[in-house]
Design a protein. Structure first.
Length: 98
């Protein structure tokens, strides 16, 4: 079964912020483009088996089914929706964000 991805506003903002940071702060726009492409590629791959990655360990997120997958220095958080074959890409954050 193939799932449908729906991006939250937070995820869209995170993607934009990642691109802008790498392209304009670090001054490596080609690297920024590559990073965003790798993030989108992983999200596309989730449409086949979204349950294969770990649940987030902290409550209340664990009991809600929040999952995450690493992509380079970032984590993609997503929430599979049981009632339909879709999931929300909830947030994308840096491993190193404080």
């Amino acid at each position: 079964m193939s799932w449908t991805v729906k991006y939250t506003n937070q995820a869209r903002e995170d993607i934009k912020a990642i691109y802008e940071y790498i392209a304009f702060e670090l001054l490596v726009p080609d690297t920024a483009t590559g990073q965003i492409q790798r993030i989108f590629k992983m999200v596309r791959e989730l449409d086949e088996m979204p349950m294969r990655f770990n649940l987030y360990e902290d409550e209340p997120w664990k009991s809600k089914g929040l999952r995450f997958v690493p992509v380079d220095n970032y984590l993609i958080f997503y929430l599979p929706i049981d009632e339909s074959p879709s999931f929300l890409s909830d947030s994308i954050i840096s491993h190193f964000r404080q």
